[in-house]
Structure formats: C-alpha cells, structure tokens
Design a protein. Structure first.
Length: 270
C-alpha cells in the first residue's frame, strides 16, 4: 500500500510507516525519490533505514535456518508408510494389546530419529548464508552519504595505530606505493563480524568504494562458503596464518584480488 512520505514537524524525520514502506518497496517512484532526497541529508533516518534493513535480513535468515528440506519430509513419509497399520479394535475390547502399543511407540521413535538426523545433515551441508548478507549490509552502510569513518586518513601510520587497544589482534597495512594502481586508502572503522571484533578498512579503486574486513583466525577458524557475488557486488576472501580478509565491492573482481594480494603481502614484509 502506497504511503505519502511523512515527517515529524519538530525534527523533520521520516515517520516509521514511511520508512517501512520505503524498505519494503511499497512507495511510488515519486514517493521513493522524495524519501531518497531526505535520506541524502538526514544521517539519523539513514541509520534507521540501515538498522531496519539489517533486522529484516537477520529475521529472514533465521526463518530459513530451520526449514526442513523436501528430501527429509519424503523420507519421513516413506518411513511412516512402511510401518504396520494398527487395525481399529472392536468396541467391546477395553484394552489395547501390548504388542500394538510397542509397535506404535517404535514407529513414533523411528520417525522422530529420522527427522532429527535429516535436519542435522541438512544444516551441515547447507549452513545459513547469513555472513554474506552481513558483509553486504555493512558495505552498503559505508556508501550512505551520511556515513563517516571513525578514522579518516590515507596514511597507514595513522590508521593502524588507531586500532591499538580496540582489537585483540594486529595487522599491517601496505605503503601507498605498494597498493595496486589507482587504489587509495580512505580510512577505517571498528566493527563486528560473526559477533567477533573486526577492522573495516575503506579503500577506493578507480573511484569504486571497497570494504575490507579483517578478523582473527584464532576466534573464527573458517569462513564457510561465501558466494563470489551477491546482489551485484563481488565478495572475495584471502587468509594469512593469523587473519581472515574479506573484500566487498562492485569493482572489477581482478582489481579486488590485487588489493587482497597487497594486504596479504603486507602481513609478511620479510
């Protein structure tokens, strides 16, 4: 249902109804343009949109996490059909033969065990892809016109020391001359990824915005299966003995890999 963008006259913020309609794609083109113009100058509303979008993404991911696959339901149905059918007892009999009770109990237990095993196997083979959504949400947040890095600098000697005492690990940054052509360090943020503290390094490559997340391998041994692309953005990763590195951008994937290679090399300057 279309809603006309509304603001609170006192603070000139968009109403919750308008923000929800904007996130859900329920506004007309003219209404959506009006909201986008407001967001371009209102940092508070931009953060509210980001927060609501992340909540919707997390809720959708949680809902998909426990959906049983069709194969599990098919096996469960086949198992139940293979069990002996219990014939209805004559009305005059007031007790159920013990062997029929045992049959029913074992059939129920077998079905429950089969379903549990199927669900566990499905979750092992198909882990929820929430990490990719989290990466993309945080990268999109950096693209907001109101987003400002916590540390703004192109100098690695400014950015790296800023993280001291804020992260349980350290990392090196390549000198500007060691970065790929037309690649510039813009700044950095302290963030969290998979509930672990992470460094978010902000670069530009040919004027394309790039987010590089650095996390500690000791607290997150594996990254799982990350998609190469998501919603038009490339997600590539690299590892060192101590770090996980994940880069997100809409730049050419080859250029993104060159930046990751430079960061990996910086961790082993010798």
């Amino acid at each position: 249902m279309s809603q006309t963008p509304q603001t609170n006259p006192a603070i000139e913020h968009l109403s919750p109804g308008t923000l929800n309609a904007f996130i859900d794609g329920e506004l007309s083109p003219a209404e959506r343009q009006a909201v986008e113009q407001h967001l371009a100058t209102c940092h508070a509303c931009t953060l509210r949109v980001l927060s609501a979008t992340q909540l919707k993404t997390a809720t959708a991911g949680a809902g998909r996490r426990f959906v049983p696959p069709p194969e599990a339901l098919s096996r469960l149905t086949a198992q139940l059909r293979s069990q002996p059918q219990i014939e209805p007892l004559p009305q005059k009999r007031k007790s159920t033969p013990i062997h029929l009770v045992r049959t029913a109990i074992w059939a129920t237990l077998a079905a429950a065990i089969l379903l549990t095993v199927s669900l566990l196997g499905w979750r092992e083979l198909h882990p929820p892809s929430t990490l990719a959504a989290e990466l993309l949400d945080q990268h999109l947040a950096t693209l907001s016109s109101g987003a400002t890095p916590q540390v703004i600098s192109t100098d690695r000697h400014t950015v790296k020391p800023w993280f001291q005492g804020r992260l349980p690990f350290s990392f090196n940054l390549p000198d500007n001359t060691a970065l790929p052509p037309d690649t510039v360090l813009k700044g950095a943020d302290l963030t969290y990824l998979n509930n672990q503290p992470a460094a978010l390094l902000l670069f530009t490559i040919h004027k394309h915005e790039v987010s590089v997340f650095l996390t500690q391998r000791a607290t997150s041994p594996t990254l799982g299966d990350l998609p190469g692309t998501r919603r038009g953005f490339t997600i590539h990763s690299a590892t060192t003995p101590d770090l996980h590195m994940i880069a997100v951008s809409d730049v050419n994937p080859a250029d993104l890999d060159l930046l990751l290679a430079a960061l990996v090399q910086a961790q082993n300057p010798g």
